[in-house]
Design a binder for this molecule. Structure first.
Ligand code: SAM
Ligand code: SF4
Ligand code: SF4
Length: 376
């Protein structure tokens, strides 16, 4: 019989309060990279990546993320005053970096809808890791506004971009994104990003069985020889509104078999430990594809990602149902040390491994947070 499970909340109010009052934490692990101590969670995973959701709004309504029936005109999107402002984001980012973060990804919702996003990137791009290297700033976008934004983003210091595109035919794209945006708009955005040197551009394609799986080969064919790294993502049960069923998931293995039968591929090593995509090269040298098998081959054991929601809550898992509020203390005058202690306390209690446990679940843990709010 399958076991039920519960996800341990990252920090109870009591824990938060005590951590908040703590003195600087001296119990860090001493064997970090470059001999710097590193912060580890219960499963010994360091804190390396920070995803920041800069808006919970979007100009598309992808059925797997923001279905229109739920995210309609009556949906309670966050009022402006509840969003972290750029100064607040920068301050928190600095603290995360001091705790070991090396890479920051801006996401959402649709991050290019956040007015003045270039100013935020400019500030973040000036930050250095604890080892003294520039922090890598990346951004994930649906690329609808990318044609006009690519150059200013590059000028502001953005290093890399990931664009999302779920098919090349207008019909498939309309079905997946529930919008009338032409595919060409997205392709033009991707081309603009390449032109200004936001390379290598990655393109994410979420694959849903019976909806866009017939576009796997056309997408592979289109992006071969282009310098773009195409990555196929398994449809995930994130949030509570996308009607996820296991039957809708096309396992990454099946995607790879399809591609290999048309364009032979061979697996290559990850670029770094903890990379979520498994990488494959076309045998004829025409480029790279990847798969993100978050459902069928969970990679929780090496997950080093923290997420900062649009309104300043820290989530230690994409599938969490609660987060530690950083905005409240920050606006109430907390010192950097107090805020750092909150992050440290939450990370040290982290035991999240939702994707590994998914198959053992007989019941869903409480209400999961929507991806557009927590940041994809
Ligand atoms: N709006 C931007 C975009 O679409 O690229 C950034 C935010 S979006 C939430 C980030 C990524 O999450 C996108 O590549 C999107 O395809 C992916 N995503 C959203 N919902 C998903 C789901 N249920 N399963 C798998 N991937 C999903
Ligand atoms: Fe918007 Fe991105 Fe979600 Fe699609 S996946 S609805 S583009 S936030
Ligand atoms: Fe990380 Fe949670 Fe995803 Fe596992 S389920 S890889 S812990 S975000």
């Amino acid at each position: 019989m399958a076991k039920s499970f519960t996800i341990i909340p990252i920090a109870s109010a009591a824990t938060q309060a005590s951590v908040f009052a703590q003195e600087p934490d001296t119990a860090w692990h001493k064997a970090g990279r470059g001999n710097l101590p590193f912060l580890a969670d219960i499963m010994q995973r360091p804190l390396r990546d920070l995803r920041i959701s800069v808006t919970d709004r979007c100009n598309l309504r992808c059925t797997y993320c923001m279905p229109r029936e739920v995210f309609d005109k009556d949906h309670p999107f966050l009022p402006r005053a509840e969003l972290l402002n750029f100064e607040e984001i920068e301050r928190l980012a600095r603290l995360f970096i001091q705790l070991g973060v090396q890479k920051i990804r801006l996401t959402g919702g649709e991050p290019l809808l956040r007015r003045g996003i270039e100013r935020l990137i400019e500030a973040l791009a000036k930050l250095n890791t604890r080892e003294g290297k520039p922090v890598e700033i990346a951004l994930t976008t649906n690329a609808v506004l990318l044609s006009q934004k690519a150059q200013p983003l590059k000028d502001a210091g953005l290093a890399r971009i990931t664009a999302s595109l779920d098919g090349l035919s207008e019909e498939t794209f309309r079905r997946m994104s529930d919008s009338n945006v032409p595919v060409k708009t997205v392709l033009d955005g991707i081309a603009a990003a390449q032109r200004v040197g936001l390379a290598p551009v990655k393109v994410n394609m979420v694959v849903k069985r019976g909806v866009n799986d017939h576009e796997i080969i056309p997408m592979a064919e289109h992006f071969r020889n282009s310098g773009v790294v195409l990555r196929f993502i398994e449809f995930m049960d994130v949030g509570c509104s996308n009607g996820w069923r296991m039957d809708d998931v096309v396992p990454a293995r099946e995607v790879l078999e399809q591609i290999n039968s048309r364009f032979p591929i061979r697996q290559v090593d990850p670029n770094y430990s903890g990379e979520v995509a498994a990488r494959w090269h076309y045998a004829d040298g025409s480029g790279e594809v990847g798969v993100i098998a978050s459902v069928t081959q969970a990679f929780c054991h090496e997950c080093t990602r923290a997420r900062l929601s649009t309104d300043g809550k820290l989530y230690t898992c994409l599938f969490a149902n609660s987060g530690a509020d950083l905005r409240g203390p920050l606006r109430a005058g907390a010192t950097d040390q107090m805020l750092s202690n909150l992050v440290t306390g939450a990370w040290r209690l982290r035991y999240d491994r939702y994707s590994q446990l998914r198959h053992a679940a007989t019941e869903q843990p409480g209400k999961k947070i929507e991806m557009s709010y927590i940041g994809g």
